[in-house]
Every structure is written in structure tokens, then in C-alpha cells.
Design a protein. Sequence first.
Length: 163
Amino acid sequence: MKITVRKIVFGALIGAIYAVLGILLKPIVSGEIQVRVPEALTVLPYFSSFSILGLFVGCIVTNIFTGNGLIDIVFGSAATLLAAISTYYIGKTKLRFKKYLAPLPPVIINAVVVGFILNYLYQLPLIASMLWVGLGQTIACYGLGLPLIHVIEKNSKLKSYLE
């Protein structure tokens, strides 16, 4: 992959959008029951690898400001990083229905990791925490992220920025 200024700028822009959305929507993106709206952006690695680092940094910034401490900053952000990398590899497969799989890694990985974090921080039942996070991630990644994939695929100009 050739690194260009444009790719660096767009990666930074993705991170900034993630962080701004996360901080502005703090009441619904963190806590026991959450819908982390910026996680919809985790479908962007489906198109390009340069969005991965932006998502990771944006998640770190969001987790610093949402108040769940170092455990969330480290492990919550690592979950988003792992989900973004997984989504990138889904985008590279030859599967015909891969765009419907692209939002799945953020849902599953965050349900497990953030479920454990919430269990630890708030002493919530583990399975309930995982299910609530999974539901919130499904809303963000399938309810917002999947339509974002469709919009990008139909807009050649927008898609060209992500290639």
C-alpha cells in the first residue's frame, strides 16, 4: 500500500469524526447501556486500510473523554482496533455478501470486550452486559454502518477517496 498525504488526512478526518461524535453523544455512547454511534464508522476499513488507524485514535480520544478510565481507554480502544482490522480483511474476501458481514466484527468483538469492561467497572451481570453492548453495536454498525457502505458504493466520487 502506498502511503499518501491524502490517505493520512482522510485517516485523521475519520478519527476526528469518530471522536467528535463520541464526545458530543457522550450520554448514549458510554455507560451500562450504550449505542456508540461513531462505531458505524468501523465499516470504513471494508474499503481501505488507512481508516483503521483513524478509528483507533478516534476511539482512544473518545474513551479518554467518556470517563470509564484506563481500562476502557486500553481495552475498549483495542477492541475497536481489532474490529477494524477484521472488517478490512472481510473487505478483501471474494464473498458476494461480504458487505453484510463487514459490520459483524465490531458487534461481536465489542460485545465481548466491552461486556467484560462493564462487568468489571459496574459489577453488572456479564452475559447481560455483553447482550446490551451487542444490541447497541448492532444498532450502530448495522443500522448506520451498513447504509453507509451502500452510500459509499453508489457514490463513485466518495468511494474514490477511500481507495
